[in-house]
Design a binder for this molecule. Sequence first.
Ligand code: OAD
Length: 243
Amino acid sequence: MGSEYGQIAKLVVNRQPCVALTGAGISAESGIPTFRSKGGLWEKFDPAVYASIEVFRADPSKYWSIRGEFIRNYDTYQPNAGHTALAELESMGLLRHVITQNIDGLHRKAGSRGLTEIHGSLREIFCVRCGKEYRAPHLPEGVPPFCECGGVLKPNTVLFGESLPREAMEAAWRESSTCRVMLVIGTSAVVQPAASLPHVAKEHGAAVIEVNIERAFSNADRFLEGKAGTVLPELVAEIKKLI
Ligand code: OAD
């Protein structure tokens, strides 16, 4: 195990730049359920109902019934050792960017600065009628909550049926096609267009290293099995031995 970490540490140090793509798995140890693992959110709630823009327009209370609690407790969720390890790698000059599918804001809280939240963020909430902005955890009561103008509130996140913000997607593509190492962490890598990014990286010559409790991206060059909150600090420790 030590030598596997050592070899991957060498890859990260010697084949810069390095970029990370993260998914729900990296936040699991912060107490946020994933989507498709056992006990995941989509096991209990059908995303076609609870996370689709069409249903949101017809009945936003469905969406708010599964998201309201997280937003109202936004400040209680904290980054774990996995998020912190990525922020540390960035501050060491060895991680150029984090592309995350997560909407929980934990990479930002951990201190990552080169960051693209391709599915948006639950931190920012706005009124669909007048555009007034709210910021988690501060929002009016109610399921769904309404703006003082009477319009319904919607987080600045991507629901099924919506396209991803163009700027974010362009940044994700740029980072993926120009990195030489990509860490793919805690994602089932099935939801497009994020699922294409490791392929984009590979096609442009990057080495792809997966970190997951079970293999999800079959095309990865290397696989570090385990929880992100254990594996990533271990990898950072190996990297520190080299520099
Ligand atoms: P998934 O729930 O599909 O996948 C979570 C992945 O994390 C799985 O591969 C798990 O094996 C892995 N995992 C679980 N715990 C872990 C841990 N402690 N350390 C490392 N890995 C762990 O989540 P995503 O791939 O992020 O989109 O899902 C992608 C998108 O689907 C989400 O952004 C969301 C969802 O529908 C939207 O809502 C638009």
